[in-house]
Every structure is written in structure tokens, then in C-alpha cells.
Design a protein around this ligand. Structure first.
Ligand SMILES: C[S@@+](CC[C@H](N)C(=O)[O-])C[C@H]1O[C@@H](n2cnc3c(N)ncnc32)[C@H](O)[C@@H]1O
Length: 380
């Protein structure tokens, strides 16, 4: 639970965030409205809706935080009006459609925490026709940056202490989007509006934006920062701009250049920025001033090939892995009659070779049964 607590203290204590959501809720909610609190965490946004007159709220979260939400709503006296659902929104069925969906799925750059696919599904299945959403829209911003800390994030692989066999990891990090809290001093030029996303209607799967970053002062261009300005409701907005003292101070996103380069005041750095909403792949091309070769980077290039990645290859036939075959075998032992202990005993007797030790077999079988089984109904 420690991890859930430390994650959610960050959301609960971001400067100004809760007050902005409260204003947006006050401007949106009508007495008696029903609400779905998507990715509810400890339930803070749904709680505000109930305090503002909502009649019923369904809080959905796939992490352990949902248990903190249940206990918190109980203690706050809302147990009968706040229903906690411990699951992914994509697997959840609500008993009825709601008047309002509320969420803070706004990542470092707004779109980069899966907000678009989550809303595409939630709008279609959870929201009454004409229902309301908080937030409603995202504006994306970029600015050129120079930051020793960010530069070190990628060059650290060439540190003398790192054995040379691992220096190639820098290439992976160059293709990575990092969260970072920039200060105004890191910004080399005026921010540039990159694009707008209407969260209530946008159905795009692929987004493509262009920006020209004008350099205001000479320095070393290490990459660019991206952030959001999010319309919660009407004119209630929340942003994480490094240049706005009223920012909620969520970190921004840092996108590195392939290598840092010098820039002068008046230079222009062109950026082409693309992302695929469904798998969060982000690609960025940086055109340095003076016609130097473009830097083409993509989070796709920092993905390490894993079995999970191979499964996505449309041309590759699949077979059960050793763990998959063991799991299938254990599940084949579940017959609605035997208890967990009896199944473990049967597996140990029939397949002592399933894993290297008896303890490993016990732990594995227990894990499979805990995940995929529930108590059988008593015979009538
Ligand atoms: C940024 S936190 C926000 C928590 C809370 N709504 C708040 O404003 O403080 C996002 C939460 O969404 C949950 N989450 C992410 N994707 C989800 C999904 N598809 N279904 C259910 N929960 C999800 C995470 O476990 C996390 O607790």
C-alpha cells in the first residue's frame, strides 16, 4: 500500500489542482446528477461531486488505491452513494449511464497517460447522450530548453563508471520521453501552441502537429519541453506550464535532441511531433537551424523487444510459453470439486517436474488459483 499512498499524496497535494476541479464541478453539476469517477485513485474527485450535489458516484480504479477510496468514502459518510469498482474501466459495466464523467488522466503533456482511448470507450459506454465531462479539452504547448539535468539523463550512460558494453543505452534514452520539472530559466524561447484536442469529440487515432520554436537567447539546445493547458469546464483551466506561477506543478515532458547543439537568438528550430493514441508511441523530428540533418527520434526505438512485444507482431504464429503451459495445466485441474490444497497436492504428485522446487510449485499453483478462481457454488 505504501506505493499507492506515495503516488496519491502527489495528486492530492498538487498546488491548486483540487480547487480548480471544485470550481469546474460547481460550474457543471446539477443536483441529483450521477457520476463516473474514472481512474478514481482514492476517490477525491468523486467525493467533491457528491459534496456538490451528485446523487450517486461510481469510482473505478484498477490499482490498490481503490481500497483506500472505499475506506475513505466510508469514513466520510458516503458509503451508500459512492460505489467502488476494483477493475479497469475497459472491463467495467455500469448499471446505468451517468450525467458526468470526471477524471484526471492528464499526463505530463496531457495526452500521454492514455486519456484518448480511455475516453473514447468511457464516452460511448458510460455517458448519457449530452452528458458532461471534466476535463473537456487539451491544448498542447512546446518550448526549446537547455537543462544540464536533462542532458545528464541521456549522457549519463557514457559516465566513466559505466562499463563500455552498456554505453549504447544512451541511444535508448535519446528516444525516451522523460518527466521533468523545468524552471523558466531552462526555457530558450517563447512557447509555441502545438495543437488542440477536444476530449468530447476527438476520434483520431494518429495525431500530427508541427511547430517552429523561435530561440530568444543564445544557448545549448538539449531538446524541447511539452506541457498541457487543460480546459476543465468553461473558463476553468489547469496547466503545468513552467512559465506560469499558477501552474499545478505537475512535471512537464522532456524530449531530447539526438545530440545537443548551439543556438543563437533569432534561430528557428522546427519540430514535427506525432503520436499514436492507442499505444502512446510518440515520434519527434527536430530540424536544427542552418539546414543541419534532422534528428529523428521515437519512443518506438527505445522499446526493448520482450515476449509481450512479439505478441503484437501480426505475422508471427504463437505457442504457449513454458509458464503459459504450466498455467493451463494447473487450471485444467480445477473441477469445481477439489479445494486449493487438494489441487496443489495433485499437481505435486502428477507433475513434480513442473518447476525446480516443491516450494516454487506451491507458490505458482497458489498464484494461478488466486488469480483465476473463485469459490464454487455449493451443490443444490
Ligand atoms: C492520475 S491518477 C488520478 C487519481 C484520482 N482520480 C485523482 O484525481 O487524484 C490515475 C489513476 O487512474 C488509474 N487508472 C489508470 N488507467 C485506468 C483504467 N483504464 N481503469 C481504471 N483505473 C485506471 C490509476 O490506477 C490511478 O490510480
Amino acid at each position: 500500500m505504501t506505493q499507492a499512498l506515495s503516488e496519491h499524496i502527489d495528486y492530492l497535494s498538487l498546488p491548486g489542482r483540487n480547487a480548480l476541479y471544485r470550481q469546474a464541478i460547481a460550474a457543471t453539476i446539477a443536483p441529483g446528477d450521477t457520476v463516473a469517477d474514472l481512474g478514481c485513485g482514492v476517490g477525491v474527485l468523486g467525493l467533491m461531486c457528491l459534496e456538490s450535489g451528485a446523487s450517486q458516484c461510481w469510482g473505478i480504479d484498477e490499482s490498490a488505491a481503490i481500497h483506500l477510496a472505499r475506506e475513505s468514502m466510508d469514513r466520510a459518510g458516503f458509503a451508500d452513494r459512492y460505489t467502488c469498482i476494483a477493475d479497469s474501466t475497459f472491463r467495467t459495466q455500469l448499471p446505468e449511464q451517468v450525467d458526468l464523467i470526471i477524471y484526471d488522466h492528464v499526463g505530463f503533456m496531457g495526452f500521454d497517460y492514455g486519456i484518448i482511448p480511455l475516453l473514447r470507450d468511457a464516452r460511448a459506454r458510460f455517458l448519457k447522450p449530452g452528458g458532461a465531462m471534466i476535463p473537456q479539452a487539451l491544448d498542447l504547448w512546446l518550448a526549446p530548453v537547455s537543462s544540464d539535468v536533462c542532458r545528464d539523463k541521456v549522457t549519463r550512460w557514457h559516465d566513466a563508471l559505466v562499463p563500455p558494453e552498456f554505453h549504447w543505452f544512451e541511444g535508448l534514452d535519446r528516444n525516451t520521453r522523460f518527466p521533468h520539472n523545468f524552471s523558466a530559466d531552462d526555457v530558450l524561447g517563447a512557447p509555441n501552441a502545438l495543437g488542440h484536442i477536444d476530449l468530447a469529440t476527438d476520434e483520431r487515432e494518429f495525431f500530427r502537429f508541427e511547430a517552429t520554436l523561435l530561440i530568444d537567447r543564445a544557448g545549448r539546445f538539449d531538446g524541447f519541453a511539452g506541457w498541457f493547458d487543460c480546459q476543465l469546464a468553461g473558463d476553468v483551466r489547469m496547466n503545468n506550464s513552467p512559465l506560469d506561477p499558477a501552474s499545478i506543478q505537475r512535471p512537464q515532458a522532456f524530449f531530447p535532441a539526438r545530440e545537443s547543439f548551439a543556438v543563437e537568438a533569432g534561430d528557428e528550430v522546427r519540430v514535427s511531433f506525432r503520436f499514436r493514441a492507442d499505444d502512446n508511441t510518440i515520434a519527434w523530428t527536430i530540424h536544427p537551424p542552418g539546414g543541419a540533418a534532422p534528428h529523428k527520434l521515437s519512443t518506438f526505438n527505445s522499446m526493448v523487444l520482450t515476449p509481450a512485444g512479439l505478441v503484437k507482431d501480426p505475422a508471427r504464429p504463437l505457442a504457449l510459453s513454458a509458464a503459459g503451459a504450466a498455467r493451463a495445466y494447473v487450471l485444467s485441474q480445477v473441477d469445481g470439486q477439489r479445494s486449493g490444497e487438494e489441487i496443489i497436492a495433485a499437481v505435486l504428485a502428477e507433475r513434480p517436474d513442473l518447476l525446480p522446487s516443491e516450494q516454487a510449485i506451491r507458490d505458482f499453483v497458489q498464484g494461478v488459483l488466486a488469480r483465476d478462481c473463485s469459490a464454487a457454488k455449493p451443490a443444490a
